[in-house]
Write a protein that binds this ligand. Structure first.
Ligand SMILES: NC(=O)c1ccc[n+]([C@@H]2O[C@H](COP(=O)([O-])OP(=O)(O)OC[C@H]3O[C@@H](n4cnc5c(N)ncnc54)[C@H](O)[C@@H]3O)[C@@H](O)[C@H]2O)c1
Length: 434
């Protein structure tokens, strides 16, 4: 005999985009906040939730806690028009979007504790017919086996039957997040077709790019494959740079000419790969496979080794000076952004300090760093080498004549091919690059 409860569970709840009025976004960082604002400015009642009280208080005063072009405008549009509410507490909603961090732990595995706590929160508020969307980059299987299972264990609701469950990854570029949120194509994976379709309808309210639908695990894998492709390509460029140096050949010229081939696109070598995407996602791909000796792991290791190679070279250059001082230009992991999380510049800084070399950091864009930063003049005063780590556009305006006068020895190590070699050499600097 089928019990009443089971009969109720077996009834598929059918809802459409018109029933989706209120959306809660869990996690108000680089991804969650712009997404919440977009949805709020495109017809939804939005609740932005974060566990960090400082962030909530700041946003509730109409102030942003992160820097991103155009974000302030879209936030204030939504906030002043009361289309978005900011809170520490989750409420019942029609749609729940999870945009919490998924960092790497010390064993190179995904730390899914934030996803777990977000799914727990949602379990306490979810009703039949609601939509749950995971945006956080995650190892394949996370949406179904972590988010879906937590909700089922707590409520008895089945994904695809009682509520809609989807994965909708982000491909935005920091520094262009607002523009790319609207204009990039997206992949949506659903636990079933209807879950993917309803998620597509929600995102279509602000996405101008195309939205392609697939299953959960494929969409999770696609996101990881994209960043892994870039990581492997950079590792190839880095390996070429090391081999080129054995031959005394300029790797950048090799890459420039090789890329003239219509089917070759080699990325640039550099001082390491940072940030919370490209350096992290390849490990997520490897998380649930027993394969050994993969190209993906080798590439990760090549890129992780670059900051050590750079520190070693810089240490060799300054070894002839008494009590040498190194000035690092740019501390964020990427040009024109302030985010210093997972920046290989941190490794370089620590390696140089370990070798008893004084380090001074100049990065007017850097935020949220525990490392002490200096102004331009203080940072170069008495310095023996400038190590350009991040090629922020504003560095183009630096008065190199003033820098030359303030330095003790005149060396520039340009890890990004940022300065014009002839110009800096004409000024009297010794120029080094990768
Ligand atoms: N930043 C990017 O450019 C980018 C691009 C693509 C994908 N992603 C992915 O998007 C996800 C979010 O990244 P981000 O850069 O926005 O992170 P972030 O650290 O900027 O923001 C995440 C926010 O989530 C909050 N949070 C943690 N647990 C929570 C919970 N249980 N409930 C509510 N809030 C909670 C944190 O306090 C934080 O403010 C990650 O998986 C990341 O890999 C990021």
């Amino acid at each position: 005999m089928i019990s009443c409860v089971n009969l109720y569970r077996m009834t598929r709840v059918k809802k459409g985009i018109k029933d989706m009025k209120k959306i809660s976004v869990l996690g108000l960082g680089y991804i969650g906040l712009p997404t919440a604002c977009m949805l709020a400015n495109n017809g939804f009642e939005v609740l932005g939730v974060d566990v960090n009280k400082e962030i909530i208080d700041k946003l509730n005063c109409g102030k942003l806690h992160i820097e991103e072009p155009e974000l302030e405008k879209i936030f204030l549009d939504a906030f002043k028009n009361k289309k978005i509410k900011i809170s520490l507490k989750l409420e019942e909603s029609d749609v729940f979007i999870i945009a919490v961090p998924t960092p790497l732990n010390h064993k190179k595995k995904a730390d899914l504790s934030f996803v777990v706590s977000a799914a727990d929160e949602i379990s306490g508020k979810i009703k039949k017919g609601n939509v749950v969307i995971l945006e956080s980059t995650s190892p394949p299987g996370t949406t179904r086996n972590i988010v879906g299972k937590i909700i089922t264990n707590s409520t008895g609701f089945l994904a695809g039957k009682d509520y809609y469950l989807a994965f909708c990854p982000e491909r935005v570029l920091p520094g262009k997040i607002v523009y790319e949120l609207e204009n990039n194509d997206r992949i949506v994976g659903g636990v079933d077709k209807k879950s993917a379709e309803i998620t597509q309808d929600i995102y279509k309210t602000f996405v101008k790019g195309k939205i392609f639908l697939t299953d959960l695990e494929t969409s999770e894998f696609v996101k990881l494959a994209e960043n892994t492709y870039r990581d492997v390509n950079i590792a190839f460029a880095n390996e070429l740079s090391l081999i080129c140096s054995d031959y005394g050949i300029d790797v950048r010229q090799v890459i420039e000419y090789a890329n003239m081939h219509p089917r070759v696109n080699i990325l640039n070598p550099g001082p390491g790969v940072g940030g919370h995407c490209i350096a992290v996602d390849p490990w997520f791909i490897l998380e649930n496979t027993k394969r050994k000796d993969t190209l993906i792991e080798k590439s990760r290791n090549i890129n992780d080794n670059m900051p050590f190679i750079i520190s070693q070279r810089v240490a060799e250059i300054v070894s002839k000076y008494k009590k040498p001082k190194v000035t690092i230009f740019g501390f964020s992991y990427k040009e024109n952004v302030g985010d210093t999380r997972e920046s290989p510049a941190i490794v370089i800084n620590n390696e140089l300090i370990k070798r008893k070399i004084k380090v001074s950091i100049y990065d007017p864009l850097a935020i949220n760093t525990k490392y002490s930063l200096s102004g331009l003049e203080d940072s170069v005063n008495g310095s023996d080498i400038i190590l350009l780590f991040t090629g922020h556009s504003i560095f183009k305006e630096i008065d190199l004549v003033l820098v030359y006068d303030l330095m003790r020895s005149r060396n520039i190590f340009d890890t990004r091919n940022f300065f014009d070699r002839t110009t800096v050499e004409k000024l009297g600097f010794n120029y080094y690059n990768i």
